[in-house]
Write a protein that binds this ligand. Structure first.
Ligand code: SAH
Length: 191
């Protein structure tokens, strides 16, 4: 793991991303509630997922599920531009305040269903998904650039596999299972 990532991880105060009464628990390596039935992952998992994404300062990243904005800060720190999609306006609003206060100016926010990605800005060099669909949305695979990497939890409610999806320069897609994980579900909006 890059020293700069570890250094950033230790310097970022997670208590900024949770509300009372959870601030006092922010340094503990466990998930915490962020309201509306959603959770912020344990810090070690955010670190691991960020490391697996192999970010470079030239890249354009799509994030699905802004949540508290904690994971977003890692993406904004190590990539060029971040496009972050969140379904819930209240969470998006607070995440944006926190990330603005930290000085990040390379994040664009969108309110909507992340199952559809963000077509106007596709393709993305990297995609980080913070909520679990049952199967990988085809739209996200389509919005991944050649030589791209996507990290996504996939599976039923309560437990999933964390999967690393890679697309080679010819567009061929491969999937590698990384870990068993438990994320909140990626909500599907039906019209
Ligand atoms: N990585 C985040 C935690 C994300 S929790 C952090 O560091 O805080 C999962 C987030 O995904 C929640 O904020 C939830 O509202 C959002 N979400 C769930 N379904 C979604 C969908 N279809 N589109 C966009 N966001 C969604």
């Amino acid at each position: 793991m890059e020293a700069s990532l570890l250094q950033f991880f230790s310097s970022l105060d997670r208590s900024r991303f949770v509300d009372d009464p959870y601030k006092t628990l922010a340094q503990v390596d466990r998930p915490l509630p962020i309201g509306y039935g959603q959770t912020i992952s344990q810090p070690s998992l955010v670190l691991y997922m960020t490391d697996q994404l192999q970010l470079e300062k030239t890249q354009k990243v799509l994030e699905i599920g802004t949540g508290s904005g904690y994971q977003t800060a890692f993406l904004a720190q190590f990539a060029a531009e971040v496009y972050s999609v969140e379904l819930l306006g209240q969470l998006q609003c607070r995440a944006k305040e926190r990330l603005d206060a930290l000085g990040y100016r390379n994040i664009q926010y969108k309110l909507g269903d992340g199952n559809f990605g963000w077509a106007e800005h596709a393709p993305f060099d990297r995609i980080m998904v913070g909520a679990a669909p049952r199967t990988i949305p085809q739209t996200l695979i389509e919005q991944l650039a050649p030589q791209g990497i996507m990290i996504i939890p996939v599976g039923p409610t309560y437990w999933q596999e964390l999967v690393k999806v890679t697309k080679d320069e010819t567009g061929r897609v491969t999937e590698q299972k990384l870990l068993d994980v438990s994320f909140v579900e990626l909500v599907e909006i039906r019209n």
